[in-house]
Design a protein around this ligand. Sequence first.
Ligand SMILES: Cc1cc2nc3c(=O)[nH]c(=O)nc-3n(C[C@H](O)[C@H](O)[C@H](O)COP(=O)(O)OP(=O)(O)OC[C@H]3O[C@@H](n4cnc5c(N)ncnc54)[C@H](O)[C@@H]3O)c2cc1C
Length: 383
Amino acid sequence: METKRTVLIAGGGIGGLTLGVALRRAGFSVRIFERAASLRPVGAGITMQTNAILAFRTIGLDTAVAAAGHAMQRGSILDWRGRSLGTMLVSEMAAELGAPMIIIHRARLQEVLQEALGPEPLSLGVKVVGFREEPGSVFARLSDGTEVEGELLVGADGLRSTLRAQLLNDGEPRYAGYTSWRGVCEEAGVADPFSTSESWGPGLRFGIVPLGQGRTYWFATANTRVGGVDAPDAHAELLPRFGHWHAPVRVLIEKTPAASIVRTDIHDRPPVQSWGRGRVVLLGDAAHPMTPNMGQGGGQAVEDAAVLARCLAAEPDLPAALARYQALRLPRANGFVSQSRRFGEMGQWENRLACWARDRLFQLVPQSSIRSNLRRVLTFTPG
Ligand SMILES: Cc1cc2nc3c(=O)[nH]c(=O)nc-3n(C[C@H](O)[C@H](O)[C@H](O)COP(=O)(O)OP(=O)(O)OC[C@H]3O[C@@H](n4cnc5c(N)ncnc54)[C@H](O)[C@@H]3O)c2cc1C
């Protein structure tokens, strides 16, 4: 009888779970170790853009993800008073590329992925603390003191990846200079259910994203020192900054319980040219953490998972499969790291004159060039 090839995965986030499903469906044996005792994603939405849905399609997950979310129709950039700087009919682009742009609650996405994975491969409350290799095998060292053997160990353990630290030893991620808040307003009728927008003010941004069933996911950013905390609560931080912005910004904040608003300092890492060594390789935020300005971090983790699973299934020689995975994924994912950082820097400008010039320039960008950039972003090539 042929024995199944065993892949160990550190981290049960979007990247780790998607890879787990993809590999199991390709006939691999999979074990996922997640340090959290239960999978409870932050109470926020996430945009799975068309490229992520196309990557899910190669795993047979696109229909389930799309059914659990809400298709985006139209996206606009506004100024803080609500004047349009540019609009894009997302639904047209989605139709052209053959897959929708989906906004989904993170908890629902997690459920869909866990359901597709099944309960057996996932060990909760187990941290991967390191690894060692022997000829023909890799051993993941676990927080309970045991070791587990596999053919390959994948670090899908996020921004502060333990496996990346052992592989690359490149220190802490870099702070982008701004923090973010995310919330879900459960009250129906507050925001337009068909329009997604991001509004720009000096050193501040506010995004409004319909989640379906009347709910609205929103996010905000502000320039501030790293490690700040909301005092006395998130409303007290947000209302003085955004309370005078265009409707319905104030109402969205007020109608979201302060305790449910999540604050996250924004980090990334400078791109690197290798994500692995021997029988260990990185994926998702562990490999290429990026600022969220293009809404692509999770999408790139899904693309990684789809491509890595295909490479492993098609190529029995492990070094060749991992080399192909990195050759296919490094340029695209690293490109998003750099582009997202630049977008964020410009989006967080504080100087009013510079902001005025940025807004006017944005209005002058031809639709054709916005569309061709978006087409490149949203196209997924499995390799
Ligand atoms: C404000 C904000 C908005 C965003 N919006 C979007 C968006 O709209 N669209 C989008 O595509 N992306 C978005 N992102 C980015 C997206 O959230 C991440 O890129 C994505 O979650 C990365 O998935 P991952 O599985 O690689 O890592 P993570 O989601 O970080 O998962 C890593 C998992 O590994 C576990 N772990 C860590 N260390 C260990 C260890 N040693 N052993 C075992 N388990 C471990 C963690 O507990 C975690 O569950 C946003 C990010 C932010 C901050």
